[in-house]
Ligand binder design. Structure first.
Ligand SMILES: NC(=O)c1ccc[n+]([C@@H]2O[C@H](COP(=O)([O-])OP(=O)(O)OC[C@H]3O[C@@H](n4cnc5c(N)ncnc54)[C@H](OP(=O)(O)O)[C@@H]3O)[C@@H](O)[C@H]2O)c1
Length: 356
């Protein structure tokens, strides 16, 4: 089979090589009680975290021999282990994302065949016009993160009662045109929230189409915090979901976020994520800490949350899979270079193989 692997350390152009003839993986022999599935991969979608792992974990680390990048996949089940619940069968079309463990170990999705734990997949939604291509766009890391963030606004549960609690909430999504934001806008709107999407002007049409009641161009309204203080000073927001990692947005939030409101950030770098997280969580209000709750959320991918996303697709809460572009398997480097610009409008996909 064909598979991409990182043979050195750094940017995709320097580090990635397409290997043409690796053996196709098989379920481990005698794998009684195995929860593994063998999947023929049709599509993969890319995430910024792939680039972070490629440039921060060298391939010579003993636990990362011939690491394969990529986390999101869609494809057809070819074989199932003994302990796989009977709800997943040979021939099923599934999608999902590999977990953190697999990502660190380099057991990624950019290969024609993939062995993956059945707890990480969900069936492709049954909806006209939706196939593997659309499923990989919303059921991978970005869509699962969007789902988990939306559910955290209403307390974390996944039942109809908690979902109903989204009705009428005023939610701001920063980074509304990206892989996460574009699904998040749809979920919040679909569950009844009033949604304000922040993106650059060129993406206004997209974010409006996805359901935002109002689109705020952060380049026109610069500094954004001043604009938000004017716009939402009187009628404050219930939640700010930050998919772009802005410390200023949090630091000024008492001017536009209700005292009991939620601020959730998903960007985890040193300057945007971890250092601000420590400061935002630990600095007491008396010493200048911001008097609003702060959460740095990290997704743990699972089939359960992918199933929730698929259900929302079937119910029409998620209306479309925002896809920026699709590249053939041979052009993964070019696809990663596009992702690295930080200007994707939805997901960048790789067509890996035909699975008919
Ligand atoms: N914690 C987690 O579990 C988790 C999970 C998934 C992703 N993430 C992180 O979340 C971030 C977003 O991921 P993604 O997949 O959505 O990335 P993406 O698809 O590359 O989207 C990036 C988006 O950011 C927007 N953007 C850039 N600068 C901005 C700014 N100053 N203000 C507002 N928007 C801005 C761009 O929109 P415009 O061109 O319109 O500006 C672009 O659409 C990444 O850092 C990723 O690593 C974390």
């Amino acid at each position: 089979m064909k598979s991409w692997t990182a043979t050195s350390f750094g940017r995709p152009r320097q580090s990635l090589t397409l290997i043409q003839s690796l053996p196709i993986p098989t379920l481990p022999p005698g794998a009684k009680h195995s929860r593994l599935l063998l999947i023929k991969v049709s599509h993969v979608s890319l995430n910024p975290a792939d680039l972070v792992l490629m440039s921060s974990l060298p391939p010579w680390l003993p636990f990362r021999r011939n690491p394969v990048p990529g986390q999101d996949f869609a494809g057809k089940v070819l074989a199932v282990g003994d302990a796989v619940p009977c709800s997943v069968k040979v021939g099923d079309r599934v999608a999902g994302a590999t977990g953190l463990r697999e990502a660190f170990w380099g057991q990624g999705a950019l290969a024609e065949y993939l062995l993956v734990d059945c707890g990480l997949v969900a069936k492709v939604p049954q909806r006209e016009g939706w196939g593997a291509r659309e499923a990989v766009g919303v059921m991978g890391i970005a869509g699962q993160t969007a789902a988990a963030m939306a559910l955290r606004v209403v307390g974390g549960g996944t039942n109809d009662e908690t979902e109903g609690m989204m009705k009428g909430r005023r939610v701001l999504v920063n980074g509304a045109s990206g892989g996460v934001g574009s699904v998040l806008v749809q979920i919040c709107k679909g569950l009844g929230a009033e949604v304000y999407g922040v993106c650059s002007g060129v993406n206004e049409g997209l974010v409006r189409r996805l359901g935002a009641d109002e689109v705020i161009d952060y380049r026109v309204h610069d500094p954004l915090e001043e604009y938000l203080a004017q716009r939402f000073g009187e009628q404050q927001l219930d939640a700010i979901l930050d998919c772009a990692g802005s410390q200023a947005l949090y630091a000024h939030s008492p001017r536009y976020l209700k005292p009991e409101g939620k601020f959730i950030n998903i960007v985890g770098g040193w300057s945007q994520g971890i250092v601000p997280f420590v400061r935002n969580k630990l600095r007491p209000r008396l010493l200048g800490g911001t008097p609003r709750s702060y959460e740095l959320f990290l997704l743990s991918a699972s089939g359960k949350i992918a199933r929730r996303v698929a259900a929302w697709v079937e119910q029409g809460v998620i209306k479309e899979a925002p896809i920026d572009s699709e590249f053939p398997m041979e052009q993964v480097v070019e696809a990663y270079e596009k992702l690295a610009t930080g200007r994707a409008k939805g997901k960048i996909l790789i067509k890996v193989a035909d699975t008919e």
